[in-house]
Design a protein around this ligand. Structure first.
Ligand code: C6P
Length: 412
C-alpha cells in the first residue's frame, strides 16, 4: 500500500476534527480532496497571471493563454489522446455528455435509431440520451444488470441481441458510482465499433483512479470531471476523436469560437475553440493540469492497487456485519474502491447523520441512480468511497461506527 501518512500531509483539509473526532473522509465518489500542489497552482495563477485568454497581447494574457493551452496538452498526455485539440474543456462530466447528446445526436440521430446504454448509469449519462432520443424519435435501450444485488455486472450476453445496426450510439459508465462495478470498456467499444456505433464513456469514477488510455480503450468520446481526481470544481473534459469533433456543430455559440461574424451569420473556428464559447475556466484548467502532475507523481498504478486493497478489505469487514446488504460485485471479486450498502431497518440518511457524529463523511441517497435503485427494490443506500489517502484504519473506524449505529437503532 502507499505511504498514506506521507501522502496525507499533502492534503490540508484532512487534518481537522469533526464532532471531536479526526475527519475520516469516505465520500470521494462525490468529490475528492485537493492536495497543496493544486491549491498552490490556483493561488499562483490568481496572484501572478490572472487574465483573459486568447484575446490579449499583453504579458498577463499571454501567460494565462500559455497556462490554459499548456493544461490542454498536459491533459491530452494524461489520457494518451493523439492531439491536444481532442481535449474540450467543460464544467464537468455532466456538461461533457450533454454536449455530445445535443451536438452529435442532434445532427446524426433520426427516427427509428437506437441509443444503447446500461441500467447502471448515473442520471448524467441517462437523461441527456432520453432527451436526445425524444427529440429525434429514437429509442433508448438498456443493457440489464444481473443479480438481485447487481452483483453479476452487465449482462454481456444481451449485447448479442441489443447491439444491432440500429444502434447509432453506445454510452456507458466505466465504473458504476453506486455498484463499484468496473465495466470492460475496451471490449464494449470494440463490440460497438463492429456495428458502426460511436461510443461515449462516462469516466467520472475511473479518471484518476487508474491509468486511462483513450486510444487503448478505442472510444470515440470520453467525459470526466476534474473535481473527482484532485482537481478543482467547475472544470471537466470532453475527449473526442478529432475527426468527430471537427464535424460536430457547436452546442454553444458566442465569443472566442468564431472566425468571422456578420449581421447575418457566423463561421466557426476549428476544434477545440469551436466547442468553448465564452471565457473559459482558466484557473480550473491550470489546477486540473497540476492534479495530473500530482497523480502521476504518486503513480496511477499504485493508486489503483491501493484502491483495490481498500475495497477488498472493506468488503471483507462490512460483509461480516449482520443484516447488511451490499450492492455490486461480491466479496473477492474485482471492484472499484467504493462500497454501497443498506440495512433493512435504518435509513441511509440516518446512517450518514450518525456516522458524521463519529467524524465520518459518507454519502446516503440514490446517488443519481434512481432507475437502478428502483430495479433493486431500494430507495437509497449508504456509500463509502475511497481514494489513495484513505487507510485501512479508516475502514475499521467505518465498521465500528456502523456497529454503533446498528446497536442504537436495534435499541440494545
Ligand atoms: N457522481 C456521486 O456522488 P459531475 O456532477 O458532472 O461532476 O459528475 C456527474 C457524474 C457522472 N457520472 C458518474 C458515474 C458520476 O459518478 C457522476 C457524479 C457523484 O456519485 C455525484 S451524484
Amino acid at each position: 500500500m502507499l505511504d498514506s501518512k506521507k501522502i496525507r500531509s499533502d492534503f490540508p483539509i484532512l487534518h481537522q476534527q469533526i464532532n471531536g473526532h479526526p475527519l475520516v473522509y469516505l465520500d470521494n465518489g462525490a468529490t475528492s480532496q485537493k492536495p497543496r500542489a493544486v491549491i498552490d497552482a490556483l493561488v499562483r495563477y490568481y496572484e501572478r497571471d490572472n487574465s483573459n485568454v486568447h484575446r490579449g497581447l499583453h504579458a498577463l494574457s499571454m501567460r494565462a493563454t500559455d497556462g490554459y493551452e499548456g493544461a490542454r496538452t498536459r491533459i491530452a498526455k494524461f489520457i494518451n489522446a493523439a492531439d491536444p485539440a481532442e481535449i474540450i474543456f467543460t464544467r464537468g462530466t455532466t456538461e461533457s455528455i450533454n454536449l455530445v447528446a445535443r451536438s452529435w445526436a442532434h445532427a446524426h440521430l433520426k427516427s427509428g435509431d437506437v441509443i444503447l446504454t446500461t441500467e447502471m448509469e448515473h442520471h448524467s449519462n441517462l437523461v441527456p440520451w432520453q432527451q436526445a432520443a425524444k427529440a429525434a424519435g429514437a429509442t433508448v435501450r438498456y443493457i440489464p444488470v444481473l443479480g438481485t444485488d447487481a452483483e453479476g455486472g452487465l449482462d454481456l450476453a444481451a449485447l448479442d441481441t441489443l447491439l444491432t445496426p440500429q444502434v447509432k450510439l453506445f454510452a456507458f459508465t466505466h465504473i458504476s458510482n453506486t455498484l463499484g462495478t468496473i465495466n470492460p470498456a475496451a471490449e464494449l467499444c470494440r463490440r460497438a465499433r463492429a456495428v458502426g456505433a460511436i461510443t461515449v464513456i462516462d469516466a467520472a469514477q475511473s479518471i484518476g483512479h487508474a491509468p486511462l488510455d483513450v486510444r487503448a480503450l478505442g472510444c470515440d468520446f470520453l467525459a470526466f470531471s476534474g473535481h473527482k481526481m484532485c482537481g478543482p470544481t467547475g472544470i471537466g473534459v470532453l475527449y473526442g476523436r478529432q475527426a468527430l469533433l471537427d464535424k460536430l456543430a457547436p452546442d454553444e455559440t458566442g465569443g472566442g469560437m468564431v472566425v468571422n461574424v456578420t449581421y447575418e451569420s457566423a463561421t466557426w473556428k476549428p476544434t477545440p475553440e469551436r466547442h468553448e464559447a465564452g471565457t473559459p475556466h482558466v484557473a480550473g484548467a491550470i489546477g486540473l493540469a497540476a492534479a495530473c502532475d500530482y497523480l502521476d507523481t504518486i503513480g496511477r498504478e499504485a493508486i489503483a492497487a491501493h484502491d483495490h486493497t481498500l475495497a477488498q478489505l472493506a468488503m471483507e469487514k462490512l460483509s461480516a456485519i449482520p443484516g447488511i446488504r451490499i450492492l455490486g460485485p461480491r466479496a473477492g471479486a474485482e471492484r472499484a474502491g467504493l462500497v454501497s450498502f443498506a440495512f433493512p431497518d435504518v435509513h441511509a440518511h440516518d446512517i450518514v447523520t450518525f456516522a458524521d457524529e463519529d467524524g465520518l463523511a459518507l454519502r446516503g441517497g440514490h446517488h443519481c441512480n434512481q432507475p437502478l435503485m428502483r430495479k433493486l427494490g431500494l430507495t437509497s443506500t449508504t456509500r463509502a468511497s475511497f481514494y489513495f489517502y484513505n487507510t485501512a484504519d479508516e475502514i475499521d473506524l467505518l465498521v465500528t461506527s456502523l456497529r454503533r449505529i446498528q446497536k442504537f437503532f436495534a435499541g440494545t
